[in-house]
Design a binder for this molecule. Structure first.
Ligand code: OAD
Length: 243
């Protein structure tokens, strides 16, 4: 059993505005590899940061498309874990609750979270590389990546790559929530990738209590009001159970 500081339990019990930021670590216990963990099998020798860029796609669109196809398939075969479920439960407990995720795996919605701000897009969607517009469906053919039915350009996953802007509406909503949070939880993220990594600091500056849940320390840890060291799938259910 992971001890949760009584001060945190009391603060959460009385909080009205709670914000949670998640990263790849929340899905680790479902069997989805995190970014900075080694990839498995076929992809073990590729660095995700070298696949998740426009330049990588321009150089080898097939390889990048296939990497995302592999991850899409992997996600189809996994289930949300106790951490995702606890966050879905939290949404029902607080008058104003905002869940912000950097994950593109859709597991929060599958766990029952209704309102999720997806900062880095979603693997399940595709868009046209040329037009930068969503492509909801296309005819499968021999070509990889498939072609845009409108302009014949290549399709790409609708996710944010390194060097690209985050979706404006989502980023604004996340910033606004962070500014108004009373309690801000940072769960399963290495807190290295901007601008998401700045959200807990925005909350701290505005006087929120920041709670970090991670088995490892991160650059956020020394600044967090509470650092709960351990896996999200163990800690979040205990935290929610105490409310
Ligand atoms: P990372 O792979 O950088 O970090 C995962 C974090 O999860 C690490 O700090 C781990 O210690 C922690 N972790 C591992 N298992 C955990 C568990 N069971 N419970 C809680 N935490 C656990 O992933 P992100 O921080 O999400 O961006 O990476 C941020 C962004 O960088 C990603 O969205 C992606 C990536 O490159 C883009 O693709 C734009």
């Amino acid at each position: 059993m992971i001890p949760i500081p009584e001060k945190l339990v009391q603060a959460l019990k009385h909080a009205e505005r709670v914000v949670v930021l998640t990263g790849a670590g929340i899905s680790a216990e479902s069997g989805v590899p995190t970014f900075r963990d080694a990839q498995t099998g076929l992809w073990a020798s590729f660095n995700p940061e070298e696949l998740a860029t426009r330049e990588a796609f321009e150089k080898n669109p097939r390889r990048v498309w296939e990497w995302y196809a592999y991850r899409r398939d992997l996600i189809k075969n996994v289930k949300p874990n106790a951490g995702h479920l606890a966050l879905a439960e939290m949404e029902r407990r607080f008058p104003r609750f905002t869940l912000i995720t950097q994950n593109v795996d859709g597991l929060h919605r599958r766990a029952g979270s209704r309102s999720v701000i997806e900062l880095h897009g979603n693997l399940a969607r595709s868009k046209c590389f040329e037009e930068d517009l969503p492509v909801p469906s296309w005819e499968e053919g021999p070509e990889i990546p498939p072609r845009c039915p409108r302009c014949g350009g290549s399709l790409r996953p609708d996710v944010v790559w390194f060097g690209e802007m985050l979706p404006v509406r989502e980023l604004e909503a996340a910033m606004e929530a962070a500014k108004n949070a009373q309690i801000f939880l940072s769960v399963g993220t290495s807190a290295l990738v901007q601008p998401a990594a700045s959200l807990p600091f925005v909350a701290l500056e505005r006087g929120a209590s920041v709670v970090e849940i991670n088995p490892e320390e991160t650059p956020l840890s020394p600044h967090a009001s509470f650092f709960l060291k351990g896996p999200a799938g163990l800690i979040l259910p205990v935290l929610v159970g105490g409310l």
